[in-house]
Design a protein around this ligand. Structure first.
Ligand SMILES: Nc1ncnc2c1ncn2[C@@H]1O[C@H](COP(=O)(O)OP(=O)(O)OP(=O)(O)O)[C@@H](O)[C@H]1O
Ligand SMILES: [Mg+2]
Length: 242
């Protein structure tokens, strides 16, 4: 299995007829009903779709948090659907970062110490102070989560995810708990990470206007992709009408 740095423009992810069924028999929930998707490396991609349409399920499978029922999902040359548990753990550790709606920071640790939790086990980490500087919180690094606003806490969570220098950043409703001004600051940070570090960003959101800042927008419906569109011109987070 080869999981080396990737200078070529090959897709980062490619799925074929990916399905996910939770439960069995009458209680079965078909969360994904056959997803065929190509994710080019280096893009910022927004996933939209109704509640229950399978967005988080897809993110969790691509991020190695969950397994598909049938079909294939590849990351570069590696087949995620074939990996053992320990290979999936290594894949998550070395290649992907996660940002969720709720920040999941340790309340008893400072911003910098929260980031250190990840950099201590990462292969090629950034300096935690640098990661916090990147999200505009260099001055706040010795503050505890309770001393920060929701948007600031989310930026700490982004710094934590980015500090291990992942190839891909998965964001599941990263602005879901934030007002529009604070949410915009979070989007600006995600945009900067994509642009300056070249990190592929896959972001699920219910804020449909956010799609205007993406390179590519994926519309989900009933466990499948309904359409994919590319934005010829992209708006900056500041220009998005929330
Ligand atoms: N662990 C689970 N066990 C059983 N069913 C699940 C599980 N996780 C998700 N589902 C079901 O799979 C379907 C897709 O869920 P998913 O979380 O992917 O939707 P979503 O598009 O992310 O929705 P939302 O916008 O509300 O977050 C839903 O019907 C959901 O109830
Ligand atoms: Mg979801």
């Amino acid at each position: 299995m080869s999981l080396q740095a990737d200078p070529s423009p090959r897709p980062t992810y490619q799925t074929e007829a990916l399905t996910k069924t939770y439960g069995e028999g009458e209680a079965a929930v078909h969360a994904l009903r056959g997803v065929d998707l190509v994710v080019p490396g280096g893009e910022l991609i927004v996933l939209l779709g109704a509640s229950g349409s399978g967005k988080s399920t897809l993110l969790n499978i691509l991020g190695g948090l969950d397994r598909a029922s049938t079909g294939r999902a590849r990351f570069r040359d590696a087949d995620l659907t074939d990996m053992t548990d320990s290979e999936l753990t290594r894949y998550r550790r070395d290649h992907v970062g996660f940002v969720f709606q709720f920040y999941n920071l340790m309340p008893s640790l400072t911003a910098e110490e929260n980031v250190e939790l990840v950099t201590e086990i990462a292969r090629n980490p950034m300096d935690p102070a640098e990661a916090l500087h990147l999200v505009g919180l260099g001055e706040r690094r010795h503050h505890f989560p309770a001393q920060m606003s929701g948007g600031e806490q989310q930026r700490v969570a982004i710094a934590r995810a980015v500090a291990k220098q992942p190839d891909v950043l998965f964001c599941d409703e990263p602005t879901g708990a934030l007002d529009s001004t604070t949410g915009r600051a979070v989007l600006r940070v995600l945009n900067d990470v994509n642009r300056t570090l070249g990190t592929t960003v896959l972001m699920v959101t219910h804020a449909a206007a956010t799609a205007a800042m993406a390179h590519r927008v994926i519309h989900f419906a009933d466990g499948a992709i309904r359409s994919v569109e590319r934005n010829d011109t992209r708006l900056s987070p500041e220009e998005i009408a929330w």
